[in-house]
Design a protein around this ligand. Structure first.
Ligand SMILES: [Zn+2]
Length: 122
């Protein structure tokens, strides 16, 4: 997961990637401190793992939002002719299909929020 810390020298946000999913795991692997190099000022600093934080993955959220925003009209467009020619039951089914992109968006969003909360809490 991508994690962040603030550079003690210039306060620039340093980001890095790790396989570890929790602060406890990072603590164990790095003995409480991480040596991170700031891309802005080039300074290398030992950062306490307690100062590391997680944020929501913006790219993932944008991607899931796009699925929702593009997927829903596409489904409506695709089924529109059928909705008008079919009965109430079919319209209901198509209505349910329309909620699929929204559900995907909600699940991804919720997972991200949970992952970030768990990390920042630990
Ligand atoms: Zn810096």
């Amino acid at each position: 997961m991508r994690l962040y810390a603030d550079c003690p020298s210039c306060l620039n946000e340093i980001s890095f990637w790790t396989w570890d999913e929790s602060r406890a795991e990072i603590n164990k692997a790095n003995r409480g401190k991480l040596n991170l190099k700031c891309k802005k000022c080039g300074e290398e600093n030992d950062i306490f793992t307690s100062e590391i934080y997680a944020k929501k993955n913006k790219l993932l959220l944008i991607l899931s939002l796009s699925i929702f925003l593009i997927g829903t009209p596409y489904i409506i467009y695709f089924f529109w002719e059928k909705v008008t020619s079919l009965g109430h039951y079919s319209a209901l089914v198509i209505g349910l299909i329309c909620t699929v992109p929204f559900t995907i968006f909600m699940i991804i969003n919720k997972n991200e929020a949970r992952r970030v909360r768990l990390f920042n809490m630990g």
